[in-house]
Design a protein. Structure first.
Length: 95
């Protein structure tokens, strides 16, 4: 099954009829010496889009999509949570 192909995803959803989808699938840049970071990123976006489209059309109640830093190039800078939300965002929850 190729999650980047709408036909494959549609068939999977029609057969499984899920109510909840947890999407963890991804390709990694230069996996086994093939592909580029751009190809990997585009494929990951396409897989997620196909899954979201199929889930929406079939009334899936909940969908969780996770990502991984391993799907980015090795030299890409990774922002920290505090870069996005501020260093003290969760300090009120820490005792």
């Amino acid at each position: 099954m190729d999650l980047s192909r709408a036909e494959d995803v549609a068939r999977m959803f029609d057969e499984a009829q899920p109510q909840i989808v947890i999407h963890l699938a991804a390709t990694v840049a230069n996996q086994q010496g093939r592909g580029t970071s751009a190809e990997s990123f585009c494929n990951n976006v396409l897989m997620t889009t196909q899954l979201m489209e199929a889930a929406g059309r079939r009334g899936v109640e909940k969908m969780v999509c996770l990502g991984s830093a391993s799907s980015y190039p090795a030299n890409a800078s990774m922002p920290s949570f505090s870069d996005w939300y501020g260093a003290n965002t969760f300090s009120r929850f820490v005792t």
